[in-house]
Design a protein around this ligand. Structure first.
Ligand SMILES: Cc1cc2nc3c(=O)[nH]c(=O)nc-3n(C[C@H](O)[C@H](O)[C@H](O)COP(=O)(O)O)c2cc1C
Length: 183
């Protein structure tokens, strides 16, 4: 199982997916294998908050989260790439995070390293991607994970606008590679 798990918060073949693909290719060149999940394209039921998993660490739903939970459990690094939505993270990621409560309940998220990438269409001065990064950071904090790196890409509206920020893109991927290689 890959020790790096990339979780993409957008269903479209847009900026988040592009970033994830480029990162995965770069890691592969360093012989670091990474798995990618796009929760929005999977079958994932909404958490009902029944709290059964607090008792036994198991969710009653039978859907794609069974495999996802195994992948998250085996990963050392979770790399969340989110489009900014209303100054927050994407809803697809929030649904995914809620369904990780079985791992939280059995304290299996503790000590994992989280990397947060937020992409948005607004300008840096509008601070919109800040909210997306903060929400991922709060998730890390409250689940006992460590936010080891975060980066924001602004002014990305259309599908592949992130490719206009070549320098930032390359630098970010290099920095992530360096962190993972050092561990
Ligand atoms: C419902 C919705 C809300 C959005 N809200 C914001 C926002 O608050 N701030 C922002 O900078 N961009 C916002 N955007 C734009 C997306 O973050 C932007 O297009 C991003 O590049 C999408 O990533 P993707 O290409 O990976 O889907 C919003 C887009 C949608 C669909």
């Amino acid at each position: 199982m890959a020790r790096v798990l990339i979780i993409i918060g957008s269903r479209r073949e847009g900026n988040s997916t592009l970033f994830g693909k480029k990162l995965k290719e770069a890691l592969k060149k360093e012989r670091i294998s990474a798995d990618t999940i796009t929760p929005g394209n999977q079958k994932i039921y909404l958490c009902t908050g029944c709290m059964d998993c607090d008792e036994n660490g198991i969710c009653d739903f039978k859907d794609d989260m069974i495999e996802n939970v195994e992948k998250v459990n085996s990963a050392e690094y979770l790399i969340f790439i989110t489009p900014t939505r209303w100054n927050l993270l994407s809803g697809d990621l929030k649904i995914f995070m809620d369904r990780l409560n079985p791992l939280y309940a059995s304290r299996k998220l503790e000590g994992k390293k989280l990397i947060a990438i937020a992409i948005g269409s607004k300008k840096k001065e509008e601070y919109s991607t800040d909210g997306a990064v903060t929400s991922l950071g709060s998730f890390a904090d409250s689940s006992g994970m460590k936010l080891v790196y975060h980066k924001q890409f602004n002014e990305c509206l259309k599908y592949n606008d992130i490719l206009n920020q070549e320098e930032n893109l390359t630098k970010t991927i290099e920095e992530i590679k360096k962190i993972i290689k050092a561990s």
